[in-house]
Design a protein around this ligand. Structure first.
Ligand code: ADP
Ligand code: MG
Length: 343
């Protein structure tokens, strides 16, 4: 080791991963796709295996003062299933890796596992193993999801082509505003423990934060309609950041339209209440776990009446860049301001 010391925050999450892994090149013939997509793709006979991991760390990703352990268990599975969905795959197994301090009782871990069980039942995945170890403080939970896809179905971030249509599912920005509401009520509670949190009316947003769903329903519907997206990612870091990931992998530009962005009424109103720009919440909120994908123009007819798929823009040449066209018609360059660790 040299004397030189570089702070992690000088890199940021994505550049750090690139920096640390750039000298690793896949050598086994079965490694179809390694680092850089939502899941690794591994040759398995006439199919592909998919595998993806996500860590959730206490006081980085969740705060147990308002995050029920049952929801945490559910969310930890859902966010991993979401990465398998983003490859147009079907999840099959999970491995659960736990680090726990003695602050937690057996009963509290049973509650965590009730949430894991509910998610396993809902997404039809089997708990197939994991690891359990002590931690000096707090709770860390790392889940690996394993899935599969037919070779013809696999969808990476890389194959968007010019003139294709950009689609986003559900609505965006809700999970971020749910977090703002929970943080506000926590502050109120800490300053006066007699005060009860006021969450009425914010149920939808709080649920978006505490109990997100992976959009496997959309994956099954796309299969029924025989639509294979040309590129796909799940919206975990924020729409803007995730568009830039598709752009980088596909070597194309993206043009999206503010008036087409899906936002729930309550999300809009709560953004205004918090003096936040609703569009900024949609672009940069993160943790919505919706799907962002591109389709061929020919497939538009099949999807156009779908209540939960929104057509937000189109793919253009890389040199044309990535823009949001505002409601007043002005182009704004998209920047990644989503969730960044190490800040
Ligand atoms: P996602 O947001 O879809 O979960 P990430 O942004 O976490 O994806 O990761 C991007 C890519 O980098 C993935 O292919 C992931 O497997 C890989 N990756 C993340 N952390 C590491 C690491 N420490 N070592 C090697 N690869 C990593
Ligand atoms: Mg992802």
């Amino acid at each position: 080791m040299s004397e030189k010391r570089t702070e992690i925050k000088a890199f940021g999450e994505f550049r750090l991963i690139e920096h640390l892994t750039s000298s690793f090149k896949p050598g086994n013939p079965g490694t179809r796709l390694g680092i850089g997509d939502d899941a690794a793709v591994i040759e398995a006979g006439d199919k592909y295996f998919l595998s993806s991991s996500d860590f959730l760390i206490e006081n980085i990703h969740f705060d147990l003062t308002y995050f029920p352990l049952q929801h945490l268990g559910y969310k930890a599975v859902a966010v991993n299933v979401s990465d398998i969905a983003a490859m147009n795959g079907i999840p099959r197994q999970i491995l659960v890796n736990l680090a726990i301090s003695n602050r937690f009782s057996v009963e509290s871990l049973e509650v965590l596992y009730q949430g894991i069980k509910a998610a396993c039942d809902n997404y039809k995945v089997d708990l197939a193993g994991g690891d359990t170890t002590a931690s000096p403080t707090g709770l860390s939970l790392c889940i690996t999801a394993i899935g599969e896809a037919d070779k013809k179905d696999i969808t990476t971030r890389a194959n968007a082509r010019e003139h294709e249509i950009v689609c986003a599912t559900g609505d965006l920005g809700g999970a971020y505003l749910g977090l703002q509401v929970l943080e506000r009520e926590k502050e109120v509670f800490l300053s006066n423990q007699q005060m009860q949190p006021k969450l009425e009316g914010y149920d939808y947003l709080v649920k978006r934060q505490l109990k997100p769903e992976a959009r496997m329903d959309i994956i099954y519907e796309l299969q029924e309609m025989k639509v294979i997206p040309t590129s796909m990612i799940d919206i975990s870091d924020g729409l803007a950041s995730d568009i830039l990931q598709l752009s980088k992998a596909s070597k194309k530009g993206f043009r999206i339209f503010e008036e087409q962005l899906p936002i729930d009424k309550k999300t809009y109103e709560t953004a205004v209440e918090f003096k936040l720009d609703p569009t900024t919440c949609v672009l940069n909120g993160g943790e919505d776990y919706e799907l962002l994908f591109t389709i061929r123009q020919d497939d538009y007819e099949k999807l156009k009446g779908h209540p939960d798929i929104h057509f937000i823009g189109h793919v253009q040449k890389l040199e044309e860049g990535n823009q949001l066209i505002t409601k007043s018609g002005n182009p704004v360059t998209l920047k990644a301001q989503g969730w960044q660790n190490f800040q």
